[in-house]
Design a binder for this molecule. Structure first.
Ligand SMILES: CC(C)(COP(=O)(O)OP(=O)(O)OC[C@H]1O[C@@H](n2cnc3c(N)ncnc32)[C@H](O)[C@@H]1OP(=O)(O)O)[C@@H](O)C(=O)NCCC(=O)NCCS
Length: 167
């Protein structure tokens, strides 16, 4: 019998810089430079958490968010292509939502490319709803961003908020 090892989610450290940057390069058309992640680690309001399939593996996925008053804003979420469809991005978002609840956060927001069906499916499955569009938001190719929101009720429940017209 194989003993299943649970994935491990921990705060990113400077030692993880190369690994996190590698996941970003493999995942985004215009990934952040390595230094931007280093800057992010120094920001008091920024959090980056990394997931390893087991403690011996390199970083498989990461999430990066900002805490601004009663809002968590997700800036980056990526799973290295080799490790996709194993539930890792969902685990990182669940972890982010637990964090948000313990901090009394009310709103979790993010922007996602209109064409990014996998990410939109993931966000919807967690209760995020589309609340708006930022036209030509992405400078590299002018793609629109869909703005998504998840409202956390004070009791901890997640509810659906507004719906974008036509959805
Ligand atoms: C989007 C992304 C983070 C998903 O990572 P992942 O670890 O593979 O996601 P999970 O295994 O946790 O999948 C959770 C759910 O997302 C959805 N999903 C993920 N990949 C999908 C795909 N290729 N097609 C359709 N739905 C998909 C599904 O609803 C899935 O649930 P299911 O497996 O039970 O059907 C990953 O594809 C990625 O890094 N993409 C490039 C970067 C990016 O677009 N980031 C998000 C925008 S900031």
């Amino acid at each position: 019998v194989i003993d299943p090892v649970s994935p491990l989610i921990l705060p990113m450290s400077m030692d993880d810089l190369d690994a996190v940057h590698a996941v970003a390069v493999a995942s985004f058309t215009s990934p952040w430079a390595r230094d931007v992640f280093a800057e992010e680690l120094r920001r008091e309001w920024a959090v980056i958490r990394v997931l390893r399939a087991d403690p011996k593996e390199p970083v498989c996925a990461f999430v990066n968010f900002w805490i601004v008053r009663d809002e968590v804003h997700v800036l980056n979420l990526a799973t290295h292509p080799v490790w996709r469809r194993r539930g890792y991005a969902r685990m990182l978002l669940d972890d982010t939502l637990s964090f948000a609840r313990t901090r009394g956060v009310r709103y979790v927001t993010l922007e996602v490319r209109r064409s990014n069906a996998p990410a939109i499916a993931l966000y919807r499955s967690l209760g995020f709803v589309a609340i708006g569009v930022r036209p030509s938001y992405y400078a590299d190719d002018n793609e629109d961003a869909i703005v998504m929101l998840l409202t956390i009720e004070p009791g901890g429940a997640r509810t659906r908020a507004w719906h974008l017209a036509g959805e």
